[in-house]
Design a binder for this molecule. Structure first.
Ligand SMILES: NC(=O)c1ccc[n+]([C@@H]2O[C@H](COP(=O)([O-])OP(=O)(O)OC[C@H]3O[C@@H](n4cnc5c(N)ncnc54)[C@H](OP(=O)(O)O)[C@@H]3O)[C@@H](O)[C@H]2O)c1
Length: 331
């Protein structure tokens, strides 16, 4: 064991916000391990990113059973870092995991049955070397399994002490409302919702954010940089080490069309006027909404993490800036 010595002033660097009506404060920027923490990635780099995040006051690390690749390897790599270097700080961390997507063959390896959720969390705990996770999510709604069964599994997991809190991810507004009511009837409040939200994908604005506010549920927005599209990295070309250039993952080179580049170029001009990087402006733009608790970012380097975190230096927008952004996004 070689215990990491974090910066003593780490909690001065970042802002924390209450997650819905709960007792939990989350950092306004949290770190996700979907990409850059699998066995295909350089372990030393992953470790440096975690250490730097912790040093900068990031207390929340988000995982899922299928993060890698290969699936499960992000949880295993996180365990190696945690066990060897961060074990004494477990009580300073909010660690989440999820189940919902494909993990193993046969009828019990994905979606939302009690059988799958309970087994998957047991596997995640084993991979991470933990007794419990702080938050466990149903990763996606299951169109076939009764909502009562999926929510019943979440409530059971909390009763068993395997998770302290539960959350929903990728649930639409109406299903979120119903799921929350079922959870409440089982005395297991829903802590948080994890939807995709960025300048390029604004579905949550229709009604989900209102439901979350009404029900006192926190909101942590994933892919707030649209997987890197809302940064300056693709303005000229597709860098060889970028997510779009990698063989795994969902960001395709074909997504980066000349029209999108034009839009991003214009957004970048607004960001420069504000004295921010485009990444910082894209994150600040989400955080300006009081209903949002945290932005859940990814990073492939310590430099990116440091750059993104500086979004907190300015999360307010002049109305002309907001108008300019709306006009650019509308095209
Ligand atoms: N619940 C769900 O269904 C779900 C789905 C997806 C993600 N998530 C969660 O959300 C987390 C974040 O997702 P994401 O990785 O797609 O988030 P993101 O923040 O939108 O994208 C991260 C990528 O953007 C680039 N980047 C980050 N900061 C940058 C900066 N300052 N300057 C230039 N480029 C920068 C990097 O790309 P390069 O790698 O190309 O350098 C990085 O890998 C995941 O790790 C996961 O925890 C949840």
């Amino acid at each position: 064991m070689n215990i990491y010595k974090p910066l003593a002033n780490r909690y001065d660097a970042i802002k924390y916000k209450r997650c819905g009506n709960s007792g939990i404060l989350l950092p306004q920027v949290s770190l996700g391990l979907w990409h850059n923490f699998g066995d295909v990635d350089l372990f030393e780099n992953s470790q440096e990113i975690i250490f730097r995040a912790f040093d900068m006051g990031i207390t929340h690390f988000d995982l899922a059973n299928n993060y890698g690749p290969p699936p499960g390897s992000a949880e295993e790599n996180f365990c190696k870092i945690l066990k060897k270097h961060l074990a004494p700080y477990r009580d300073e961390l909010i660690i989440s995991s999820k189940a919902g997507y494909y993990m193993w063959p046969g009828p019990y390896g994905e979606w939302g049955s009690k059988k799958y959720l309970i087994a998957s969390l047991d596997q995640s705990l084993q991979r991470m070397g933990l007794d419990y996770v702080d938050i466990f999510y149903s990763h996606r709604p299951d169109p076939v399994t009764p909502l009562e069964e999926t929510m019943g599994a979440l409530a059971q997991i909390v009763r068993q002490g395997k998770a302290l809190y539960v959350g929903l991810s990728n649930y639409d507004a109406e299903t979120t409302r119903r799921a929350t009511e079922i959870l409440n009837s089982m005395n297991t409040p829903c802590l948080i919702h994890q939807p995709r939200y960025s300048m390029l994908d604004r579905w949550v604005e229709d009604s989900l954010l209102d439901v979350l506010e009404e029900k006192g549920i926190g909101c942590i927005c994933f892919s707030p940089l649209a997987q890197g599209l809302l940064t300056d990295k693709y303005l000229k070309n597709i860098p060889g080490n970028s997510r779009a250039a990698k063989p795994h993952g969902f960001l395709q080179k074909t997504t980066i069309t000349p029209e999108l580049r034009k839009k991003v170029f214009k957004l970048n001009t607004v960001a420069v006027r504000r004295g921010q990087s485009l990444a910082q402006m894209a994150l600040a733009w989400i955080l300006k909404d009081d209903r949002v608790t945290s932005v859940l970012i990814g990073a492939s380097s310590v430099g990116q993490l440091e750059n993104s975190l500086k979004c907190l230096n300015n999360t307010t927008f002049a109305s002309e800036e907001l108008d300019d952004i709306e006009k650019i996004l509308a095209v």
